[in-house]
Design a protein around this ligand. Structure first.
Ligand code: ATP
Ligand code: MG
Length: 180
């Protein structure tokens, strides 16, 4: 599974539509302090269903919408899309290219789309469970996360191991079944 493209529109400092193309190999984003590097990784976590405004370094979800600058008015909507190559079928859908989109409006209204069709947040969670890429995924390691793993409580550490072992989706299904 390869991340091929990220599109941002109205997300944090990306007021205009911005496309980031990732070629095969390692991609490094460099830039001065405050230029929006971390906003790119926030965008990836957000589109994958991050629900905590705080972990996106804001206080409410509306904070992901471009808030205006000296020269630009604020915008009314933030949208992020990621294109993933699913050639190897790691994601349990038939598409060879998977496009995940999330939008949020200032009114609070929000949508998730999978290959341009509306879906639920739950569908996004299911799609990425056990791939390491989900909202709580282990493939995005923020500053301080390494320390967090080392100092986490046993049950938190267990969650990392379960994700890596690929059994999260079974645990979720079991919990659902027990609720019914
Ligand atoms: P550093 O090198 O310090 O880690 P960085 O390149 O990671 O910097 P970011 O943290 O990604 O920078 O970007 C911070 C910038 O994004 C700030 O200038 C902040 O004003 C801007 N920003 C964040 N949210 C919004 C928003 N909703 N609207 C407009 N600008 C925003
Ligand atoms: Mg940063």
């Amino acid at each position: 599974m390869v991340l091929k493209r990220i599109e941002l529109n109205g997300f944090k400092s990306f007021a205009d539509k911005t496309e980031i193309l990732l070629s095969p190999g390692v991609t490094v984003i460099v830039g001065p302090n405050g230029s929006g590097k971390s906003n790119v990784s926030d965008a990836i976590r957000w589109v994958l269903g991050e629900q905590s405004a705080r972990s996106l370094r804001g206080s409410k979800m509306e904070d992901v919408i471009f808030a205006g600058s000296e020269r630009r008015k604020p915008v009314g909507m933030a949208e992020v899309s990621i294109h993933l190559d699913n050639d190897q079928g790691k994601l349990p859908v038939e598409y060879r290219e998977v496009l995940v989109t999330r939008r949020v409006y200032r009114s609070g209204e929000s949508d998730y789309l999978l290959n341009r069709s509306t879906c639920r947040l739950r569908d996004i969670h299911e799609l990425f469970a056990d791939t390491g890429l989900g909202r709580e995924g282990i493939s995005i390691i923020g500053q301080g996360r390494v320390d967090e793993v080392l100092s986490s409580r046993p049950e938190e550490r267990r969650a990392f191991i379960e994700e890596a072992a690929g059994i999260v989706k079974y645990r979720n299904r079991k919990n659902d079944a027990l609720k019914k």
